[in-house]
Design a protein around this ligand. Structure first.
Ligand SMILES: *Cc1c(COP(=O)(O)O)cnc(C)c1O
Ligand SMILES: [Zn+2]
Length: 415
């Protein structure tokens, strides 16, 4: 918990619809706009510019609350934190050399509490809900969001009700249960889980579903703030992101727009690449057809080992697609075979074992370099959004030979 020594300020002013720009009071619990679109937090950036400089931020603690002026929590006593934030940016020199992008880097979000970057959204979302007096929240999840929100809700003393597809990684289900959440499994996709969680909302539970609650994106935005700070207040040429609901991509773009408005970075955005699975690629299909919104992927066909990006329909589709176009980026679909191969290739070459979603970005980098969309001298940052250990079952490694207790080490082992 943060003490209130009077130095804490949030410059939050109001919420604004991402589609129709209608304004909403930020100091009441809110969900989506009347028009059905996500609400985005807006800040008094003039006030931030005069109150704080990058050097001030550098002298603060390394959790994501170092960016408190650009976050929505007004009372430091309401901050619910497990030390989340400032994940390392790890060069991948050997893998990068092999695919022809020597300046390849990964931001490793697998090191966060609960083992995925969902901790960022949950830390800020739960803190703000707690500050606004929400006592119980519900969300559908593909696993990692449920684990993160259940964990932070437990720390805040809030009730949490999670609905998840039966196929979601079992580790995440256990995490939810261990932190005392009510958990229901559904034989279906996250969209089906969302309809069921919606019934709890009718009964007075607050919806913390992706982009139906305005502050999860503020937490994920801190990835973009950190990237800029870790690069010395500039941005890489390209950012490659495994895209499900797209909150992280929209959040990173929002962060960089805010920093540009503050004058903390130069205006040019990195080219954003949204990576999806060929088993569920509504954003890629929409991008390729030039559409401004995405058609839902047929639910009976949505399937991939990269469970966190198995999202057939994204509420923020138009925001993802505009981030790709505005930045001259692109969208790429990769298959499970490629994902599992690149996952092991990177682990063996550079010691970074990514989750399947993270490994999907590697497959995209290899493809985009081969096609010439990426140039060999570009600085390319991929997001590893979670820990591979959550998906240990899907690692394609062979069982090692078994030896009898008194056996000698086989001769070939010593060669
Ligand atoms: C949720 C999730 C994603 C997709 O995140 P969005 O920001 O909603 O697109 C990617 N990777 C992992 C590991 C996830 O849990
Ligand atoms: Zn609206």
């Amino acid at each position: 918990m943060y003490p209130d020594d009077g130095s804490w300020t949030s410059a939050l002013t109001h919420l604004e619809c991402g589609r129709c720009a209608e304004r909403y009071d930020a100091d009441e619990p809110q969900n989506v706009c009347r028009c059905g679109s996500p609400l985005l937090a807006r800040y008094d950036l003039d006030r931030v510019r005069s109150a704080v400089r990058p050097a001030d931020v550098a002298s603060r603690g390394t959790d994501l609350w170092r960016y408190r002026e650009l976050l929505p929590v007004r009372d430091p006593g309401k901050v619910v934190t497990l030390g989340e934030g400032m994940t390392p940016i790890v060069p991948l020199p050997e893998y990068g050399r092999r695919v022809g992008v020597p300046s390849l880097l990964a931001k490793d979000e697998g090191l966060l509490p609960t083992g995925s970057f969902k901790a960022r959204g949950a830390a800020v979302g739960v803190s703000r809900a707690h500050e606004l007096g929400v006592g119980r929240l519900t969300l559908p999840t593909n696993g990692n969001a449920g684990a993160a929100w259940a964990t932070y809700a437990a720390r805040a003393g809030m009730d949490c009700l999670v609905v998840m597809p039966r196929d979601a990684p079992w580790v995440t289900r256990k995490e939810c249960l261990a932190s005392g959440a009510r958990v229901y499994m559904v034989d279906g996709l996250i969209g089906d889980a969302g309809r069921i969680a919606g019934q709890a909302v009718q009964d007075g539970w607050f919806s913390a579903a992706t982009l139906r609650e305005p502050y999860r994106i503020e937490g994920k935005k801190t990835m973009g703030l950190e990237i800029a700070e870790q690069f010395g207040w500039r941005v890489p040429d390209v950012v490659v992101y495994p895209t499900g609901g797209g909150v992280g991509l929209i959040g990173i773009r929002k962060a960089l727009d805010e920093l540009a408005a503050l004058g903390w970075i130069a205006g040019r955005l990195p080219r954003f690449v949204a990576v999806q699975s060929t088993g569920c690629a509504p954003i890629v299909r929409a991008f390729e057809s030039g559409a401004e919104t995405a058609q839902p992927w047929p639910a009976d066909q949505a399937r991939t080992v990269a469970f966190g990006i198995n999202v057939a329909s994204a509420l923020g589709d138009f925001l993802i697609l505009s981030a790709l176009r505005d930045s001259k980026g692109t969208a790429v679909a990769v298959d499970d075979q490629e994902i599992l191969e690149e996952q092991l290739a990177c682990a063996a070459s550079d010691g970074v074992l990514m989750c399947p979603e993270g490994a999907a970005t590697l497959a995209a980098v290899r493809r985009l370099r081969a096609e010439g969309w990426l140039e060999g001298n570009e600085e390319v940052l991929v997001l590893n959004t979670g820990s591979a250990l959550k998906y240990a079952d899907s690692l394609r490694v062979a069982d090692p030979p078994e030896l009898a207790r008194d056996a000698d080490l086989p001769a070939e082992a010593a060669l």
